[in-house]
Design a protein around this ligand. Structure first.
Ligand code: DXP
Ligand SMILES: NCC(=O)COP(=O)(O)O
Length: 241
């Protein structure tokens, strides 16, 4: 039987559009409800300290309407982020080592260097009953050191894959397969995200069929402008079959 890979729709870009004008159009709560109605298996948000897209208040509003899976991503060096996650209790928290004012996430954790810190912060969320995922680059040593932090899952940072895919897809996916195999060997659940799209997603899933979840925002929301939100979610789901 095929392993199910969940599609979690990242709605940050809906919030970015809303914030560009003030007001509440488009409505991010409606975008979360509709993502689920249109077949997504979950909703992802990534609040950043400057709240330039998803706001902390959005996260509080969205949590009660989630009927699928809620994933909050962010930088746990901010106490405000830790408090938000512990208050809203999503199904999953994905810890990302963003610097302040970063345009978007651009690297995974150095799980060797930050081993002690990660052990401590992973346990804070796990003790609250929240599944933890650590954002990591596709490097076998980083995956191995992620496992000893006690995290439930890792999320492979896929920008490198998406960029290299355009030149040589076999070469692009190879480090991800190696990292994913290490994760499987160590009993870690496996997520992936960043710059996944309708061109590169199916190939990724075909080479790593045991993938548990992908979170996709930027390309999916851009595609929805041309293809419609419901249709786009269905098209992404199809790539994961
Ligand atoms: C953690 C990660 O991979 C990022 O892709 C991020 O969650 C995307 O959010 P933005 O689209 O707001 O940059
Ligand atoms: N974790 C990755 C994510 O949520 C979305 O990344 P992107 O599709 O916006 O690049």
């Amino acid at each position: 039987m095929n392993h199910t890979t969940k599609l979690s729709v990242n709605i940050n870009k809906i919030a970015t559009l809303r914030n560009s004008r003030g007001g509440n159009n488009p409505n991010v709560v409606k975008a979360a409800i509709d993502a689920q109605r249109f077949g997504a298996d979950g909703v992802t948000v990534h609040p950043r300290p400057d709240e330039r897209h998803i706001r902390y208040s959005d996260v509080r509003e969205i949590k009660p309407i989630i009927t699928t899976e809620f994933n909050i991503e962010g930088n746990c060096s901010e106490q405000k982020f830790i408090d938000l996650v512990l208050e809203t209790k999503p199904h999953q928290v994905t810890l990302v080592p963003d610097a302040l004012n970063q345009i978007t996430s651009d690297h995974g954790w150095n799980t060797i260097e930050h081993q002690d810190y990660l052990k401590q912060i992973v346990s804070v969320f796990k003790n609250a009953g929240i599944r933890v995922s650590l954002f990591v680059d596709p490097v076998v040593e980083m995956v191995a050191a992620a496992a000893t932090t006690g995290t439930d899952r890792i999320e492979l940072y896929t920008e490198g894959y998406a960029t290299a895919f355009l030149q040589n897809r076999e070469k692009a996916v190879a480090p991800y397969v190696a990292a994913a195999e290490k994760a499987r060997e160590l009993g870690l659940g496996l997520n992936a995200g960043h710059d996944l799209d309708l061109n590169n997603l199916q190939y990724f899933k075909q080479h790593i069929p045991w993938l548990d979840e992908v979170s996709i925002g930027h390309a999916l929301i851009a595609d929805a402008l041309y293809l419609g939100y419901e249709n786009t979610i269905q098209l992404y789901k199809r790539q994961l079959q």
